[in-house]
Design a protein around this ligand. Structure first.
Ligand code: GCW
Length: 688
């Protein structure tokens, strides 16, 4: 009987499931109920809040919602209160965020009474790695929405303006209030007067939803754009040039957010080219934007081809400068000490810089997590980082709390996410990649909410039946919950660990094929390439064992962590096994907690990863009745590729390690279906 009912309910659903291309993201249009909105004042941003409520209201028909801008001691920054049909905030922006929250709560069926919501970070910023020629660095959702090549590269069309507004709206709906609209590998040209004209247009469109514009700038701009002989940060002409440039920018864009800088890293110019320091460079720019309230986000992603362990270099370079940066400089630190890997321990800079503002940088675009092919919900990765205890100011000094102002007073707090947004009709390529954009915004607003909550919200808004007021659908709500929401949420919540399992379990890292960073390439080490750009530098596999010794007998990177972490990571027995090969070089027959040897455990992890993705396929096939055909088929096809490529990871890495240890695969592990030779000889793009 239950089966039949489910089937009938499913049919009812199917009747309403029109094809969706994903453009509307988690803001899908649905028939709204009548509502009246009154506001305590008028403004452009408040007009947007009214529009959203009018067009999206699913609450009681005829409700009267009041928007009140009035200071309240409990409300901080862009925060808000919701009480029944009243939204109150300190500023217009807070009302807009409150409006989106009210709509979300009504759609989710959760209380709208006594809600107080304050953002964890003041600046919640996307970093677009968009090049001025329209290409994207590691973007998998199409070309740039901001830039393109050609004679008309600086003319702006209405279609573009409208896309920028839609982008800003999506951001505002999850609390994101800033966007750096060009790549950190920055072209100096963005600061030329013609390009600034276009930046002004983009800023105008994004301002509609309170999203501030920021620019990534090239440190050599005074030479390349200004025609000066030097970019030495202490040179008076250079100082004058940056101050004049800031003045020019703020004259055009009075609410301009500030600069993001990648300096002396991976070939980018910087103050060290002139024997100056990060402090000299950052403070120069900070002084230039200070009169206008601008900030400088200065990246700590630095490492050079020295003998020093790459994982240690950011701490070595930045700790001597603690307390020397201006108060409008924020050091932007990637979650892990190496580079956005599927799993890394947190960067030891968090909490260590005590007199300097620090902001976390996460990567939303899946450079190292399967591009737009693999379904990987990154919220779990970021949640793991934000909740990691640094112990820097005693127990409970989590990465979240040492960066959000709870522990260290920071004039500005901020968080950045490297965006996955492009010109694709679905914005991000994979339909589930939008969940990562969503999750970043939600965690930037509240760095303690769980991935489970975020997944529930995103799935409900992205996939639930579009006409909840339609009586014929109400009988199917339970079926939707049990038949779709729960199983698909499980896929999302398991997906990051699955990716770790089939790519780099037990603390392995950076074993990717070069450049693409998609398929396996643990063997890649051509002569003449910098060792720290080759995977063997990181895994150190040899006949006896595998792993990077970062204890006191090795690089001593453990010394950069505060006790009790230092001794935990120093000890092979105490180190959590998820980080084992990050911190230790151990023998293939090292005994694991499971009783298996390390080699067996590795095999088992890779197999588990492949099995997990196979299960994702089955689960997805089962939810077919609940998803429109377009998105269903899209996800189904991508899962097929993900499974094949998970298998290639397992076959490639395990057979490669066997060339060192000559050990057999344990009996229960599936045999390879692809030879190592084939995987090694096929360029990663073909494997894709
Ligand atoms: O992960 C690496 C990427 C580079 C990127 C760099 C960075 C923008 O492979 O493409 O450059 O990080 O974060 O600066």
């Amino acid at each position: 009987m239950k089966l039949i009912l489910t089937f009938v309910a499913a049919l009812l659903c199917v009747g309403t499931l029109k094809a969706e291309n994903g453009y509307d993201l988690w803001l899908r249009k649905h028939p709204a109920n009548a509502v009246t909105i009154t506001a305590s004042k008028q403004s452009a941003v408040l007009a947007m809040a009214k529009k959203e409520l009018t067009e999206g209201w699913l609450g009681k028909a005829g409700a009267n919602i009041k928007l009140i801008v009035k200071a309240d001691k409990d409300i901080k920054g862009d925060g808000f209160k919701i009480n029944g049909d009243v939204i109150q905030a300190n500023n217009d922006q807070g009302i807009l965020y409150g409006a989106f929250e009210l709509l979300r709560r009504v759609q989710m069926g959760v209380t709208t009474n006594n809600v107080l919501s304050n953002p964890s970070y003041d600046r919640r910023v996307l970093n677009q790695w968009d090049n001025l020629n329209g290409s994207m660095e590691h973007g998998f959702g199409g070309n740039s929405i901001f830039w393109h090549k050609g004679k008309d590269s600086l003319t702006v069309t209405d279609a573009e303006r409208s896309r920028w507004r839609d982008y800003a709206r999506a951001n505002a709906s999850i609390g994101i209030n800033g966007s750096v609209i060009d790549n950190v590998n920055a072209s100096p040209m963005v600061l030329s007067t013609p390009y600034l004209g276009k930046v002004k247009e983009i800023a105008a469109a994004m301002r509609t939803y309170g999203v501030k514009t920021y620019l990534a700038v090239n440190f050599a701009s005074p030479i390349k754009v200004g025609g000066l002989k030097t970019a030495d940060p202490l040179d008076p002409e250079v100082i004058k040039w940056w101050h004049a440039k800031a003045k020019e920018i703020y004259a055009a864009i009075p609410d301009f957010g500030g600069f993001l800088v990648k300096a002396n890293s991976e070939g980018q110019p910087g103050p060290q080219d002139y024997k100056r320091t990060h402090v000299d460079g950052a403070n120069l720019l900070a002084d230039a934007v200070k009169p206008y309230g601008g900030i400088v986000m200065w990246r700590a992603f630095v490492y050079s081809a020295t003998d020093a362990d790459r994982a240690k270099q950011a701490v070595t370079e930045f700790m001597p400068f603690d307390g020397k940066f201006r108060d409008n400089v924020i050091i932007q630190v990637k979650n892990g000490p190496v580079d956005f890997q599927p799993r890394e321990p947190f960067s030891p800079l968090f909490g260590a810089l005590k007199k300097t503002s620090v902001m976390p940088e996460f990567q939303i675009t899946q450079e190292y997590l399967g591009h737009a092919i693999h379904l990987v919900f990154l919220s779990s990765l970021w949640e793991e980082c934000l909740k990691s205890d640094t112990y820097q100011e005693g127990q409970g000094s989590t990465v979240g709390r040492v960066t959000d102002g709870s522990i260290f007073p920071q004039k500005y707090t901020a968080i950045a996410g490297v965006a996955n947004v492009g010109l694709d009709s679905s914005w991000c390529g994979h339909p589930f990649a939008a969940a990562n954009w969503y999750a970043f915004g939600r965690l930037a607003w509240n760095n303690t909410i769980t991935s489970d909550e975020i997944a529930t919200e995103w799935l409900t808004q992205t996939f639930s039946p579009l006409a909840p007021t339609d009586q014929s659908l109400s009988s199917s709500t339970t079926d939707w919950h049990n038949g779709f929401l729960l199983p698909v949420k499980k896929i999302m919540l398991d997906s990051r660990e699955a990716a770790v399992n089939y790519m780099m379990p037990l603390g392995l890292h950076h074993m990717f094929a070069a450049y693409e960073h998609y398929g396996p390439g643990p063997w890649y080490a051509p002569k003449g390439v910098r060792p720290d750009w080759t995977p063997p530098y990181y895994h150190k596999a040899e006949a006896k064992g595998i792993g990077f010794d970062r204890t006191s007998t090795g690089s001593n990177a453990v010394s950069q962590y505060k006790e009790p972490l230092r001794s935990t990571f120093e000890s092979v027995d105490k180190t959590p096994e998820i980080y084992l090969l990050w911190f230790h070089h151990v023998s293939w027959d090292h005994k694991m907690k499971s009783g298996r040897t390390l080699w067996e455990e590795l095999c088992y992890k890779y197999q588990t990863g492949v099995n997990q993705v196979r299960d994702f396929q089955k689960t997805w096939d089962n939810v077919k009745p609940f998803v429109d055909s377009q998105r269903f088929a899209d996800v189904q096809t991508r899962l097929m590729r993900q499974t094949r490529d998970a298998q290639i990871w397992k076959d490639g890495v395990l057979q490669y390690f066997q060339t060192f240890n000559s050990l057999p695969l344990p009996p229960e592990i599936e045999r390879p279906i692809t030879t190592l030779k084939y995987i090694q000889s096929t360029p990663p793009l073909n494997i894709k």
